[in-house]
Design a protein around this ligand. Structure first.
Ligand code: XUL
Ligand code: CO
Length: 443
């Protein structure tokens, strides 16, 4: 282990409520059994390589503020990538969370040609494999950066130039194989530039067909190399493009079903992307769980006042308890987990700030998991949902679903019985009070 983070000499450990101010987990106790599994196995926490190690704290108005020497101008790219990898694995191991995630370009610098880029990636991936063996840290998912380079300004799969499509195919082939080589549990495709800037120059149907063709090719390659992990699409409505095709979970599901790809892909839902789409995080997760496309989570939050993709560390137990309630209700994660797709604020420039940010977010998720377990055990929410739809299991509900029932038959039935349904309370405030009762009962 290197000593880039020498302000934090020891791995962060669970200390419960003891003491204050220091770096310790107050709630996250990896071995604690929650809803039938170890807390570590329920949450499957991952640190992301990009915001934590590959971003220096710049914004559109100003330069980087963080102490990340491997990002300094003039460094030899391979040497800098090795130093970055050392610091990243030191961080993963000291934080004690089980997984990490990466883009190809986070780990290895691009070369002058695709072949040289692949050679760089292979070298860094081999070294990552060794570090994973040494530390026990695993890969939640890998992905390819198909949005930073100018060649992708008009999209990768949806680019009007088929040569760009082929370049992206080469990059994804290599990133998918690197993910496979590192035992990744999933492979993610976030279509950052798969959208449009203006409709004046865009053929919507053609771009949709191109995107579907790309995804079909990726799924085919996954099968041909025997990668058993899950392929995930990450919905986001806009930014960097004005409009992104993977707008939200509903748009992604409709797209997958239209192109016959629904068995091949699930979704990686990001909290801040949900709110950018005008939904709650809870909504996107509930939608995916109920429609059978739930895969994994990018845990973060936006700023309610400015509405941007600020990628802040999650800190709301109330918001995340409902997210975790839906996840547990759906049977918990299989290949997925919680990846911290999160950025420090620019003024958080001490090396230890990266620990404080992650530790707080980990504890928030751990506490939310405990509340979710209690909400499930309490049964009020599930009971209320079951009761609300119970009549659909009765004779009328069954009759409506029978294939030989038609609209005229239902109209006759309504007329014969002078049907006038009685409105029933949705009990929203009562249920909100019940959620608070359970949340507040947790210590
Ligand atoms: C961008 C975003 C990406 C993806 C991976 O908003 O969330 O970091 O998670 O490409
Ligand atoms: Co993300």
């Amino acid at each position: 282990m290197t000593d880039f983070f020498d302000d934090v000499p020891e791995p962060v450990r669970f200390a419960g409520g003891e003491g204050s101010g220091g770096l310790a987990y107050r709630v996250y106790d990896p071995d604690r059994l929650v809803a039938g599994k170890r807390m570590e196995d329920q949450l499957r926490l991952a640190v992301c390589y990009w915001h934590s190690f590959n971003w220096g704290g710049s914004d559109v108005f100003g330069a980087g503020t963080f102490d990340r020497p491997w990002l300094d101008a003039g460094r030899d790219p391979m040497e800098a990538a090795l130093e970055k990898q050392d610091a990243a694995f030191e961080f993963f191991a000291k934080l004690g969370t089980p997984f990490f995630c990466f883009h190809d370009l986070d780990m290895a610098p691009p070369g002058a040609t695709l072949r040289k880029s692949k050679a760089n990636l292979d070298r860094l991936v081999d070294r990552a494999a060794q570090k994973m063996d040494e530390t026990g840290v695993r890969l939640l998912w890998g992905t390819a950066n198909l949005f930073a380079h100018p060649r992708y300004a008009a999209g990768a799969a949806t680019n009007p130039d088929p040569e760009v499509f082929v370049h992206a195919a080469a990059q994804v082939r290599d990133a998918l194989e690197a993910t496979y080589r590192l035992g990744g549990a999933n492979y993610v495709l976030w279509g950052g530039r798969e959208g449009y800037e203006t409709l004046l120059n865009t053929r919507l149907r053609q771009e949709a067909d191109q995107l579907a063709r790309f995804l079909e090719l990726v799924a085919g390659h996954k099968r041909s190399i025997g990668f058993a992990g899950t392929l995930l699409l990450e919905p986001k409505p806009q930014e960097p493009t004005k409009h992104q095709y993977d707008y939200d979970c509903a748009a992604v599901l409709g797209f997958l079903e239209r192109y016959g790809l629904a068995d091949e892909f699930k979704v990686n839902i990001e909290g801040n992307h949900a709110t950018l789409a005008g939904h709650s995080f809870h909504h996107e997760v509930a939608y995916a769980v109920d429609h059978g496309i739930f895969g994994s989570i990018d845990a973060n939050r936006g700023d309610p006042q400015n509405g941007w993709d600020t990628d802040q560390f999650p800190n709301s137990v109330e918001e995340l308890s409902l997210v975790l309630f839906e996840i547990l209700r759906g049977g918990g994660f299989t290949d997925g987990g919680f990846n911290f797709d999160t950025k420090l604020r620019r003024q958080s420039m001490d090396r230890a700030d990266l620990f404080h940010a992650h530790v707080g977010a980990v504890d928030t998720l751990a506490q939310a998991l405990l509340v979710a377990e209690a909400l499930i055990a309490d049964g009020t929410l599930s009971g209320a949902r079951d009761a609300r739809y119970a009549a659909w299991d009765g004779p009328l509900g069954q009759r409506i679903r029978q294939p030989d029932t038609d609209l005229a038959g239902l109209a006759d039935l309504a007329a014969r019985t002078d049907l006038e349904p009685t409105p029933v309370s949705g009990r929203q405030e009562l249920l909100e009070n019940e959620v608070n009762r359970v949340t507040w009962s947790m210590t």
